[in-house]
Design a protein around this ligand. Sequence first.
Ligand code: DQA
Length: 152
Amino acid sequence: MPDGKPIYVLNGPNLNLLGSREPHIYGSATLADIEAAVTKRAGELGHTVVFRQSNIEGELVDWLQEARDKAAAVVLNAAAYTHTSVALHDAIKAIAIPVIETHLSNPAAREDFRHVSLVGKAAKGVIAGFGATSYLLAIEAAAALAKEGQNA
Ligand code: DQA
């Protein structure tokens, strides 16, 4: 059974612009659309969702630390910080709950600077390239890991 804790879905810089931001890459769904879809699917799987977005790296670090005690698992689209942030890498390492790196696009198929993921070197696993559906797949993974009582 799920342990009753929410799944945290944390979103990094520029994801507040989804819907109008490079829609040929990121699709037409807004972040509010994704929040609604994720909340519905998580509910079907027995979880509530805490859904947040920030353009500030340190705020994402604070939320990962908060998730340590409060969340069953974290779905993290760290956006550009994925490729640069030692602080997010270290925060993921510091918390004993599964963190699922998630992307709308497939960074491996894009520019070279997106091929490195400091988040991915600490995360439980990665889901990328399926547009807004990536988030739903990540929720599936998060709920399954929570059900198994898996730690990171
Ligand atoms: C992204 C991929 C990142 O490389 C990029 O910086 C983003 C969005 C994605 O969801 O596809 O902002 O995380």
